[in-house]
Design a protein around this ligand. Structure first.
Ligand SMILES: [Ca+2]
Ligand SMILES: [Ca+2]
Ligand SMILES: [Ca+2]
Length: 591
């Protein structure tokens, strides 16, 4: 859990759509309920198509044509080379936006057209290929004309179009589309053109050729909240002769021109945008441009003081947002980002781009405030810091976490932590309290960090992980444990144990001299060496029902009666790029 898989560049955006960290919430909305769903699957080449689950249509338009108001058109993964036109009252849902692709193949108009419709939803697709050879007005991935109420465009990828989402006649509609949680990137001209009255929330709008969002020519009043708008070639947001627009909780960075560019030269009735609680950074020509009379202020405003000096503006900041990995398209907020808990909860959406709920107290001050941008960062982990060799600090920290259950990291200064007494007797004696909660123990560098048993003390192992425990060890050496007859000389694991950049050495037991496992053990870039067992598994013993995974690790110089390196007693065992060699009398039994 909590693992975030980074993907190669061509698929970097997949990172954003699968979500990472503590993301758990699936996209909202029902998917593919038999009885109300028309099924579409490009893979159906039988020639028999009736829209049932057994005989799906093989084009999306066939599914829409067969649907009546209230139906869902559910589309299986695949690439659909077509342009589709929606009807009112239909939900068009792809099963997975990364793999359910509508490709207009250089359609000069729209790939998905919503013309004078209401009560429709488009969700779960990659939509691409609306391209008009560089000519205006250009093609739109999703094109909305005469927007009415209840149009929802959410959780899509719009890329490789002239315009990601284009709306026409927005000022005439009763309500514009709600545009939420879309990745709108690498379109030739605009990310979103003239959004109308609907809220624009939680979108990542990046690397588009001109503007991230353009509101032009009396588009209706709209709300732009909690978007991450980055690296578009021209402006992040341009407001041109427009109705009042509320812009809050957004991040605008890396634009060649302006973060926000307000122009109103031609229309004395144009209204001022309300700009509050946004983050601006590194917009080359200026963060906030407001240059045209008669209603403009004729200025380029760069500092937060300057931007907030306008009567309509407040609480904006100018600072590096500290994205996790912007060069790989990962615009989540890193720990310590100034955008964490810096927005306003008023008017903020209840979830973020990844579908995680907002707001979360991301800075640990017990106040849950919405973050700026499309991503809400999770709660910080509690940290304990122990001075070099302070065993009491380590024991007290483990006891505290076991008692209150709040996942925590214990940082150990470099040095030797020598255990002199038994602290727990579960499955035999241990020098530290049994781990019954979520704990990371990490060396902080600057030299080795060693946890060892005092050689003159009574026998005990170093660590015990209970079935409900989850222990991660990083940059530590676990050495000198001796159970005096029980199993697991260094570590006895029944729960989840992860060793990274660590060493388990010179421990002794009956079975599992270094580690005895009946749960889940993952060993990354670590060494298990010089351990011994009087019977089975000198380095590691993996019991029936256990899972043992070694990545980029070494098991060497251990000894036992059988299975000097590893004795696998019927558990799952995976060796990835790892070495098991030089053990006595053998390296690996049942491997
Ligand atoms: Ca067909
Ligand atoms: Ca927050
Ligand atoms: Ca807070």
């Amino acid at each position: 859990m909590g693992k975030c898989k980074f993907l190669p560049i061509p698929f970097l955006w997949v990172l954003l759509l699968v979500g990472c960290g503590n993301s758990a919430s699936p996209p909202p909305g029902p998917l593919f309920t038999t009885g109300t769903t028309i099924f579409v699957d490009a893979a159906n080449t039988t020639g028999v198509e009736d829209g049932s689950e057994a005989h799906p249509f093989n084009t999306i338009q066939e599914g829409i044509d067969a649907a009546t108001s209230g139906d869902v058109v559910g589309v299986a993964a695949g690439t659909y080379v077509e342009s589709v036109t929606l009807k009112s009252g239909i939900e068009l849902l792809g099963v997975d936006k990364a793999t359910t692709i509508i490709d207009g193949e250089n359609d000069e108009g729209a790939v998905v057209a919503l013309i004078s419709v209401s009560d429709v939803r488009v969700s779960g697709f990659t939509i691409r290929g609306a391209i008009a050879d560089g000519e205006l007005p250009g093609g739109a991935g999703i094109f909305v004309d005469f927007p009415a109420t209840s149009i929802q465009i959410d959780d899509n990828i719009l890329t490789a179009n002239d315009i990601g989402i284009g709306i026409l006649n927005a000022s005439l509609g009763a309500g514009g589309p709600a545009i939420d949680r879309n990745l709108i990137s690498q379109n030739n001209f605009y990310g979103i053109l003239d959004p109308g009255t609907g809220p624009i929330t939680n979108n990542v709008i990046a690397d588009n050729g001109w503007f991230g969002i353009l509101k032009e020519g009396n588009s209706a009043a709209s709300v732009i909240t909690n978007n991450t708008i980055v690296n578009n070639r021209d402006d992040g947001i341009r407001i041109f002769d427009d109705r009042v627009t509320t812009i809050t909780n957004n991040i605008m960075s890396g634009h060649r021109n302006f973060g926000i560019d307000v122009r109103s030269a031609n229309n004395p009735s144009a209204e001022r945008p309300l700009v509050a609680f946004n983050l601006f950074f590194n917009n080359r020509d200026g963060n906030f441009s407001d240059i045209d009379s008669p209603v403009g202020n004729n200025a380029t405003l760069n500092t937060a003081v300057e931007i907030n000096s306008l009567a309509e503006n407040s609480d904006n900041i100018v600072v590096d947002p500290q994205f996790v990995n912007p060069s790989l398209g990962d615009f989540r907020l890193a720990a310590g980002s100034p955008a964490i808990d810096a927005g306003t909860n008023i008017g903020a959406p209840a979830t973020d781009f990844a579908g995680n709920s907002r707001p979360i107290d991301g800075d640990g001050d017990d106040l849950a405030i919405v973050d700026m941008g499309a991503f809400e960062r999770g709660a910080p982990r509690r940290q304990f810091d122990c001075p070099s060799g302070d065993v009491d600090c380590l024991i007290n920290a483990i006891n505290t976490v076991n008692t209150d259950g709040e996942a925590s990291t214990i940082n150990l200064a470099a040095g030797v932590y020598t255990l002199g007494d038994v602290n727990d007797t579960t499955n035999g004696p241990s020098g530290l309290p049994s781990i019954t909660s979520f704990i990371t123990i990490t060396g902080t560098g600057g030299g080795p960090t060693i946890i060892e048993r005092d050689p003159s003390a009574h026998p005990f192992r170093i660590l015990h992980v209970a079935g409900e425990g989850d222990l991660a060890i990083d940059q530590l050496t676990i050495q000198g444990g001796d159970t005096g007859g029980a199993s697991g000389g260094g570590i006895f694991n029944l729960g989840t144990l992860t060793l990274t950049n660590s060493t388990v050495s010179d421990n002794r037991a009956s079975t599992g001299g270094g580690i005895w496992n009946g749960g889940m053990v993952t060993v990354n870039n670590s060494t298990v060496s010089g351990n011994s067992a009087t019977s089975l598994g000198g380095g590691l013993f993996n019991n029936l029902g256990g899972q043992l995974v070694l990545n980029d690790s070494t098991v060497s110089g251990n000894s036992a009666t059988l299975g000097g390196g590893i004795f696998n007693n019927g558990g799952g065992l995976v060796l990835n790029n790892s070495t098991v060699s030089g053990n006595t009398p053998d390296d690996c039994v049942n491997c």
